[in-house]
Every structure is written in C-alpha cells, then in structure tokens.
Design a protein around this ligand. Structure first.
Ligand code: SF4
Length: 254
C-alpha cells in the first residue's frame, strides 16, 4: 500500500470516528429530559461537527495537492486559510493520531513533509543567499571520519567519503549558511541565533515533521536522508536536490 493510501485510510477512520461520536451525542441528547443537559450535549455535538468539517476540508486540500500536483494552493486569504486548515490543523492532528495509535507514523510524516514542500515550492519565495540556512544532521558524517565536525563544515577535509564533503563544495559555491544539528533542540537554536528567512533542512521523517511544525511562520523545505545503515549512522542525502533547491529559493538565478 502506498503511503498516500495509509494517509487516506487513517483520515477516513478519524472522520468516521468523529461522525459516530457526534451522532451518538446528538442521539443521547434526545433522551435527556433536563433542558440544560440537552443544550450541553447539542453544543458538544455541534463543536465536533465543526471540527469534523475542518478535518474534511484539510483532507481534501492535502489529497488534492497529491492528485493534481497543483502549482498554487490559492492566493490571499483563501490560500492562507487553505494552508492553515491543511498544514497547521489537519496534518498535525493526523500526526498526533498516528503517534497515539502507533499507526504508520513514517508514512503519515512523509505525507506531511511532501504536502509542506508542495506548499513552499508553490509559494515560490525567493531570499538572499545569506538568508538561506541549510540544516544538516550529524549522522551524514562518516562514522569513522577522524575529524571532529561540530556546527559548521570548516573541519571537513572534503575527502568525499561521505556526503558532507560534497555539501561543503556546494555551500562554498553558493555562499549560503550551513549548520549541523544533533537534533531538534540544536536545530531550533540555530534558527533562533541565525534568523534565516528560509530553511532547507535534511533529516529523518520524525525530526523533519516536528521541526517544520516547530518553526511556524518560517518556510522550511524538507529533504529526507537515506539510512541504509540504520537510523543515525552513516546516512546519505541527495546533494543534487539540495543544490537545486538552493537555486530555486534564492535570488541567485534572477
Ligand atoms: S567528507 Fe569530510 S566529514 Fe566526510 S569523511 Fe571526509 S573529511 Fe570526514
């Protein structure tokens, strides 16, 4: 089953659960003689139905962006509302449900990252090179490298045994800022200290999805690392994608 199907399945289950709950509360309200309880139950059911409608709208927007690969989610207030409902309400809620029930977390996170990237790409925001921050995970470094690489890539000798060497080359070529993060806390600190206008972040599904949610208001394009050696060890990334995205999101090409 593709990850989009897991996303659809979980979305339908959540919406069916909300529908059943709303209907059950409305039916229960009919059996109460006391007017005050009846009003409370009807109010709760009404709120659940409103939330259900938001979930439905969020599902349609995210699903449509997959189906049509839309270039623009909408302009102005409509666009803002669509993104708010889909990426700031529906997807975080669905991620929480998949976490609670331990259901296909990686697949749902990938859907969120893809939907977020689709929005960021469609927005077409261009920033100055020095305002673009590339955040990399430490696990990209070859585990047997004898150089201690801390925040930047200065200590990397570009032996090209791991992808950090290639990334150092392209960072020098384009002149953007790069930082290495050991996890969500150091990534958030880098964002706070460096105050970028745009972030290209490389990480696993968990760190990327939580990072994108953490820095609301700051556009983040997420690139997943590849982990053939297991989590957090000798990981790889598509360096060509990093370079293409640097070009796409900066004023370098204009
Ligand atoms: S490319 Fe840089 S970080 Fe990677 S192994 Fe070589 S010196 Fe170490």
């Amino acid at each position: 089953m593709s990850r989009n199907n897991y996303f659809k399945k979980l979305s339908f289950l959540v919406m069916i659960a909300f529908s059943i709950l709303s209907a059950a509360i409305l039916i229960a309200a009919a059996f109460f003689n006391a007017e005050v309880f009846r009003i409370i139950f009807i109010s709760v059911a009404f709120l659940l139905i409103v939330f259900l409608l938001f979930l439905l709208a969020g599902f349609i927007i995210v699903n449509r962006s997959f189906a049509k690969n839309e270039k623009k989610p909408g302009e102005g207030f409509v666009g803002y509302l669509s993104v708010t409902i889909a990426l700031r309400l529906f997807m975080p809620f669905l991620l929480s449900v998949s976490n609670i029930f331990n259901y296909r977390k990686e697949e749902i996170r990938r859907v969120y990252i893809k939907a977020n990237n689709g929005y960021v790409l469609s927005h077409g925001k261009k920033v100055l090179l020095e305002k673009l921050l590339v955040i990399l995970p430490h696990c990209l470094q070859w585990s047997e490298c004898s150089y201690r690489i801390r925040e930047g890539l200065n200590e990397c000798r570009e032996c090209l045994r791991c992808d950090l060497g290639k990334i150092k080359e392209l960072i020098k070529k384009h002149g953007v800022i790069v930082t290495l993060a050991t996890g969500g806390t150091s990534a958030r600190k880098a964002v706070k200290d460096l105050k970028p206008h745009f972030v290209i972040a490389v990480a696993c599904e968990r760190d990327l999805s939580s990072g994108i949610m953490d820095v609301r208001g700051l556009p983040v394009y997420g690139i997943l690392n590849r982990r053939p050696n297991g989590p957090c060890k000798d990981t790889f990334v598509d360096t060509e994608e990093i370079e293409n995205m640097i070009k796409y999101f900066t004023k370098e090409q204009d």
